[in-house]
Design a protein around this ligand. Structure first.
Ligand SMILES: [Zn+2]
Ligand SMILES: [Zn+2]
Length: 206
């Protein structure tokens, strides 16, 4: 199976499961249910377009990429850590540069309450930026081909589930969405924000 197919299957599978979960959770509340459906409908065409962009580039990369077969797990871990940090730095960068926020990242924040599908609800520039970042990390780390599948599973799970409340890990990123043009919680993992000093201040009891 090509990386592109693997990535697409994982993404849509996860989103489908999350959507089914939402429908099940709101089975007694038709108003909430139609709001969720409307939100998914809004995100669908944009995400479909972005997934096609990624699918196309992946297919080309699959043919030109000749990753090393040396089976080194530390590269996998290193790549994971590098991606966690580089994506946080990039995310902070697009928030702190007004032009970039307005033209690149604002679209993603149209969802104040995100959902699984909205995890990839991005402008084309944002989609490309994230994709290039991930592809560069995979390429530079020379992750063995077999492990790239696992790496993509890892990134898909963390991106999709961090936008799917009530998943416990989504709390951290939910703050990033609900507070508007915020300047904290740029990472999907609190640990990276702690290291970079960009974690949302915990509200003090008055
Ligand atoms: Zn953001
Ligand atoms: Zn988000």
């Amino acid at each position: 199976m090509e990386f592109a197919t693997w990535n697409a299957l994982l993404f849509w599978g996860l989103v489908g499961a999350c959507f089914a979960h939402e429908m099940w959770r709101t089975r007694d509340n038709p108003t909430k249910r139609s709001m969720i459906c409307a939100a998914y409908r809004k995100a669908f065409p944009v995400v479909l377009r972005n997934q096609h962009i990624v699918f196309g580039i992946f297919s080309i990369l699959h043919r030109v990429l000749e990753p090393s077969y040396s089976y080194q797990w530390f590269r996998f871990g290193l790549a994971g850590s590098c991606l966690a940090v580089s994506s946080t730095v990039l995310h902070e960068f697009v928030h702190s540069t007004p032009w970039l926020y307005a033209n690149v990242h604002k679209v993603h924040h149209e969802f104040v309450t995100p959902n699984a599908l909205a995890s990839e609800y991005n402008s084309v520039a944002d989609t490309l930026m994230n994709f290039i970042n991930t592809a560069m990390v995979i390429y530079i780390a020379q992750i063995p081909r077999e492990l790239v599948y696992m790496f993509l599973a890892f990134t898909n799970f963390s991106v999709v589930l961090s936008h799917h409340p009530p998943w416990p890990g989504s709390k951290h990123h939910l703050v990033h969405h609900t507070k508007g043009k915020v300047n904290f919680n740029f990472s999907l993992t609190p640990l990276v924000d702690d290291i970079m000093g960009t974690r949302a201040p915990t509200p003090t009891v008055a």
